[in-house]
Design a protein around this ligand. Structure first.
Ligand code: HEC
Length: 124
């Protein structure tokens, strides 16, 4: 008996791939534009975007301003950046339009160093 099994002929057409690639290229300038605006200081970003949940007196989110030992900065910063970009349980995610990559890097560094710690100094 002859083998009548047919393999589907459909594949991504090169036109389709071309359109996908074009969409990618067209989206780049928008992304870049969001990053160009004047970068805010880490303390400003924290106050505007994070503090209303994370400030000690709000306590919606856990304290994130504690200084970390230098050996742990890299992993703590990566964790902060992932959490901000992807969200975590009740915490929403924030896109580059809201916090640019440069601002997020500066913020995670400042948080890891403890620059924004509010605990021991008494009132903020
Ligand atoms: C709408 C409230 C809200 C805002 C705004 C918010 N967070 Fe959160 N965040 C939370 C909550 C709630 C959690 C705890 C999530 C969980 O249950 O794991 C959290 C958890 C985190 C964690 C994990 C802490 C840990 O000990 O595991 C980090 C890091 C974090 N947030 C950073 C930030 C940063 C940085 C910002 C500002 C850019 C921010 N968050 C803005 C609510 C918020």
């Amino acid at each position: 008996m002859p083998n009548t099994t047919m393999l589907p002929k459909w594949r991504f057409s090169s036109l389709g791939m071309g359109i996908l690639a074009l969409c990618g290229v067209l989206m780049l300038p928008t992304q870049a534009a969001a990053e160009e605006g004047a970068a805010r200081e880490p303390a400003e970003v924290y106050r505007q975007v994070c503090a209303h949940c994370h400030a000690l007196d709000k306590a919606v989110g856990p304290e994130i301003t504690r200084a970390f030992p230098e050996a742990a900065h890299e992993s703590w910063r990566a964790y902060i950046e992932t959490t901000v970009r992807h969200g975590r349980a009740a915490m929403p995610s924030f896109r580059p339009a809201k916090i640019s990559d440069a601002e997020l890097e500066a913020l995670s560094a400042a948080l890891a160093r403890g620059d924004l710690a509010e605990g021991d100094g008494g009132e903020e």
